[in-house]
Write a protein that binds this ligand. Structure first.
Ligand code: 13P
Length: 403
């Protein structure tokens, strides 16, 4: 049976959900799926019987299905997942650590990936061929990853090569937040995948092999990484894929050391220097730590930046009584605050705005996909084709092999 959108004013809800200046989620407590305002744009073909299940019943059903599947299944959970989902994860991590966990799995049949589509694809590439990777809600994508359409990247690559001296080699580096086909593209061209926890090492890898780096899709992670390695801002140009030659001149491309794809993360783009200044005025001894997907100005104004895992470690290791203003997704920040009542921990963005695509993993989808697995049916399998797998695995393994 196919579920339909939960309310008659779904068009208004959808508009509200898609408006970047608002957030339809102003609370983080568990709700039945049907009461989630954003369900209107989530995977709709979950059977209707799951829509109204109260949180306590969903929990019982997930635990029972999990017990039946036993060691045949591993659940991986990204730090941005909500509390009522992350509690089921066998392993949690940032995208690098989760890739390492996927690569280590042996003797299992299924990975349930509580994260977004590109992470599940990477898990499928890294796990042995007999393992099926399931993404509970197939609409859990990443808007930043979608900003690098493979066709646009291939065309941009050809355009920039055409205006460069052939002796000048460009090494492509793709952020983990990208389609598997783009990971294969960089794999074939001596490039590498990076995550926010190892971007400087991947730049070093690239500059050992070429004069220039093409970095996609997140301009901010690329710019912050290049700048911290001593590359001046003027030597990093932004390629706007909507414009001929990326909106650049051949001379700008020739002089650039880093070419940054014009993509961004909608959640991290919300953080501003004003927020940091306001927070510092309220807490004079405040420590500010942000994710490197924030803008260059925000990262420079902060005391530190790092991946989700690095943020968690830094704040967890800090002394009791310290105060932390954090620039990353709210579920992670709220969990850190709950786990460390001896510290002052808050999100720099006053609007409670979870990563809208990570938030799509609602427990009802876990119950549905797990119960189907117990019945011998795999729903929502994420499977990378053999050809794409070959070269994307090369690019991922280069990253995993970095010292
Ligand atoms: P981390 O690798 O830091 O967990 O980041 C993943 C991500 O998608 C951030 O938007």
């Amino acid at each position: 049976m196919t579920a339909s959108a939960p309310s008659s004013d779904s068009a208004a809800l959808l508009e509200r959900y898609l408006n970047p200046d608002t957030c339809p989620t102003d609370r983080l407590e568990p709700l039945p799926l049907i009461e989630e305002p954003a369900f209107v744009s989530w995977q709709q073909d979950i059977p209707r019987s799951y829509l109204g299940l109260p949180p306590e019943e969903i929990e019982l059903r997930i635990r029972s299905a999990r017990a039946i599947l036993g060691e045949r299944l591993v659940i991986l959970g990204h730090h941005y997942q909500r509390d009522e989902v992350i509690q089921y994860a066998d392993f949690t991590g940032d995208s690098f650590k989760l890739a390492q966990h996927a690569a280590k799995q042996q003797g299992i049949e299924f990975v349930l990936f509580c994260g977004v589509h590109f992470m599940a694809e990477s898990a499928d590439i890294l796990t042995p061929p007999g393992v099926s990777v399931v993404l509970p809600n197939m609409e859990a994508g990443c808007s930043m990853a979608d900003m690098a359409d493979p066709g646009d990247v291939y065309a941009a690559w050809d355009e920039m090569q055409a205006c460069l001296d052939p002796s000048k080699r460009i090494i492509p580096v793709t952020y983990m937040n990208s389609a598997a086909s783009l990971k294969a593209f960089v794999g074939k061209r001596e490039g590498i995948v990076c995550t926010s926890s190892n971007a400087p090492k991947t730049f070093e890898y690239a500059f050992e092999r070429g004069e220039k780096v093409l970095f996609f899709p997140d301009q901010h992670l690329g710019r912050n990484t290049g700048y911290k390695m001593g590359i001046p801002l003027e030597e990093m140009v932004t390629w706007d894929w909507r414009r001929p030659l990326g909106g650049l001149t051949p001379d700008q491309i020739e002089k650039a050391r880093v070419i940054l794809w014009k993509g961004h993360c909608s959640t991290h783009q919300r953080f501003s220097v004003d927020q940091i200044e306001k927070a510092r005025s309220e807490y004079p001894d405040l420590n500010v730590i942000v994710h490197p997907e924030c803008s260059w100005e925000v990262v420079e104004a902060a005391d530190a930046s790092g991946s989700t895992e690095q943020i968690i470690k830094t704040v967890s290791d800090a002394e009791a009584g310290t105060a932390w203003g954090i620039g990353t997704e709210i579920n992670l920040v709220k969990r850190l605050a709950d786990e460390h009542p001896d510290k002052t921990i808050f999100c720099l963005d006053p609007v409670v705005c979870p990563c809208s695509t990570m938030y799509r993993i609602h427990p009802a989808y876990l119950a549905w996909t797990l119960e189907r697995l117990t019945q011998g049916e795999i729903v929502n399998r994420v499977e990378v084709d053999t050809k794409t797998r070959k070269w994307s695995l090369v690019a991922l393994e280069r990253m995993l092999a970095l010292p």
